[in-house]
Design a protein around this ligand. Sequence first.
Ligand code: MN
Length: 342
Amino acid sequence: MSNTEADPTEIRCCTEDRAVGAARHPRVEIISARDVPLGGPRAMPVRRTLPQRQRSLIGAWCFVDHYGPGDVAATGGMDVAPHPHTGLQTVSWLFTGEIEHRDSHGVHALVRPGEVNLMTGGHGICHSEVSTAGTTTLHGVQLWVALPDGARDAARDFQHYVPPAIDLGGGRARVFLGTLAGSSSPVTTFTPLLGAEIVVEPGASVTVEIDPAFEHGLLVDTGAVELFDTRLSRGVLGYVGTGVSSLWVVNPGDSPARLVLLGGTPFGEEIVMWWNFVGRDHDEIAAFREEWERESDRFGRVDGYAGEVARLPAPQLPHARIRPRRNPPTADAHYRPREENR
Ligand code: MN
């Protein structure tokens, strides 16, 4: 997926000043989605929860787009012409529909529900994404992972995995990255990460052990749930900081709730994100943009894309220098008396 905002905004992050509440549960920060048109024939809308002013990273997860269920006849589906990436991995996870992926690593693959596809675009890659002709409903998430400094020049790569459904008692999970409830994904990452689809049965609750060194985000795809004592409605991402060893999720509704749980160790490095690039400063981003515009070998070529536009042009750089994104503090999700916080 490509960030098709014509004028990608610069996002400043600030710490949230929230009143100290009850001490029983970890604090859950609600990250609401903003609607962004993805582009394509009729601009399929996506709900973007990361990055935001409020928070730009959860672990190394730096981009969370949630879309559908959308009627492809009405939205035109997904048709993203070849576009570049640097310094990141893309993680595609579908609930419904099918997307044809082509990249300059020579991969031609179909993204299907319940199958994770992770593409590494460290040094540089380009790819196209098109929903297939047989797709009537499109529904899924498109996620990006920022690469740490030692890996952000990594070679192009592509990994595919079909995780089994595991029983959580009251629900089930499919762990596509990392480890949860005894299920481990073989997909390799450059920082410790977790990615899992979780379904909670109607009227049921699930408790899952998590790594206290990780911070987590729980995205609600369908239904509404309570994460500890905080209600999360559809499309919302509930954030929990480090220092928490289990998550407790209740589905008070009368139909199954589907969630995506993302986690990772706090990333620690400042990044600059602009359009489809992750870098470390403005000049680097400007150089990536210039290389894409002159069709540099950094990104290679996509074969077989049949859309009207052969490659997406980069937007204009902002007049002001792009500044790094800083994340608010991540440590300790538990409420503490105010004086101990200062
Ligand atoms: Mn993309």
